[in-house]
Design a protein around this ligand. Structure first.
Ligand code: GDD
Ligand code: MN
Length: 366
């Protein structure tokens, strides 16, 4: 059998009901082309990987990479493309919303040598996104406008997860791609920059065949993080957007706890404000720890004993910040009697310190 010209990478999470149908449709669409499909499954509980491997056992064009202990669409695409040895790689959703029938046209554009990347698009003549719900359609259009504004890209549909590119180009830029989030095409185009010649291929975005979408609010925030990173020339880590978000929530938690403590503690307590500020700081620190563990560092999430140890470390790091926080805030409070300003200034100080130190020590990269 000839070695594949085209690797079709399919990220999957809970797509068991779509795997066989996708292979069947790829077989129809790609007749005459030496192709393979690489399912990259994040250990879906519905047994998507097991089914893909069952098909692979009798069809050598089918491969499956089962990732354990990791989650994320972009990361799955990066690993799937990295596993390809073919000259061309495509990425297509596993739920049959992307039209596999345009794959040969995309391949022809690359083989002609006029482009390095062909991006599927719903937003030019010949393409459509009619199957989007009203809400999702609006989010997609808003994100597209925001992207055009913040990131210099000429993609008409930067949100599309459907594209094909030369593998040598992918290999060059792969080390600079972010495994976080949903928007792998935008990341590739922005990272590749002007050197990457881009063509587009219109397609009709269809209905999901089986199962449910994994899109959610967290993925939306991750996308903002990616935009921020690209808009600052990778100066700001995409993770930072979650720092900022958790920090803001922590600040609100802190101020609410401070206000409540000031009400609830006996008014004649000698060190009333200091004590209230201390309690508020502890509550905000706990909430920051839990939220950061869930969101900011979800790829390095601490569990069980490691989580308990992490929390102790987080508090130790925090307590250095707390000392300056309490002193700064008490000083501001005594001199100016503004509880809001004093509390906020102290909290911001310790938040900055906590973030820097926790990235270095609590959730350090393994
Ligand atoms: N391995 C892996 N890990 N795959 C994932 C994960 C994950 O954490 N999350 C989602 N996927 C897979 C799904 O199984 C599916 O094959 C594909 O990624 C797209 O996910 P959907 O859940 O179907 O997303 P969607 O239809 O809401 O979003 C699609 O449309 C957007 C258009 O605005 C995707 O194509 C997006 O990439 C696209 O931007
Ligand atoms: Mn989908």
């Amino acid at each position: 059998m000839p070695s594949p010209q085209l690797s079709v990478v399919v990220p999957t999470y809970k797509e068991r009901g779509n795997v066989a149908e996708l292979v069947r449709r790829l077989d129809l669409a790609l007749s005459g082309i030496a192709w393979e499909v690489i399912f990259v499954d994040d250990n879906s509980p519905d047994g998507t990987a097991a089914l893909a491997k069952e098909i692979a056992a009798t069809d050598s064009r089918v491969r499956c990479l089962r990732r354990v202990g990791r989650r994320g669409l972009a990361g799955a695409c990066i690993e799937g493309m990295s596993a390809s040895a073919a000259p061309f790689v495509a990425v297509i959703d596993g739920d049959l919303q992307h039209d596999e029938k345009v794959l040969p046209a995309m391949l022809a554009k690359l083989q002609g040598g006029a482009a390095d990347l062909v991006a599927g698009t719903r937003y030019v003549e010949g393409g459509s996104a009619a199957s989007f719900s009203q809400g999702r359609g609006a989010i997609s259009r808003l994100a597209t406008r925001l992207t055009h504004r913040l990131v210099g890209t000429n993609l008409s549909d930067p949100m599309s997860g459907f594209f094909m590119l030369r593998r040598d180009r992918f290999d060059e830029i792969a080390p600079r791609l972010s495994p976080v989030g949903f928007k792998i095409l935008l990341d590739i185009a922005a990272t590749g920059g002007g050197k990457l010649r881009i063509a587009e291929q219109p397609y009709n975005f269809g209905e999901r065949f089986d199962g449910e979408s994994k899109f959610n609010a967290q993925i939306g925030v991750e996308f903002l993080g990616l935009l921020l990173a690209k808009a600052t020339g990778d100066l700001v880590d995409p993770r930072f957007i979650f720092f900022a978000l958790v920090g803001t929530i922590g600040l609100v938690v802190h101020l609410v706890a401070l206000r409540l403590s000031l009400w609830l503690l006996p008014a004649d307590l000698p060190d009333l404000f200091r004590t209230a500020q201390f309690i508020a700081t502890f509550i905000a620190m706990t909430s920051n720890f839990l939220l950061n563990n869930e969101l900011t560092y979800k790829d390095r999430r601490l569990k069980g004993w490691a989580m308990a140890r992490g929390f102790v470390l987080f508090c130790l790091i925090g307590s250095v910040g707390v000392l300056t926080n309490i002193d700064l805030a008490s000083w501001l409070y005594i001199d100016h009697s503004r509880w809001l300003l004093a509390g906020a200034a102290g909290a911001i100080m310790s938040a900055l310190w906590n973030y820097a130190m926790s990235t270095l020590f609590v959730w350090r990269a393994r």
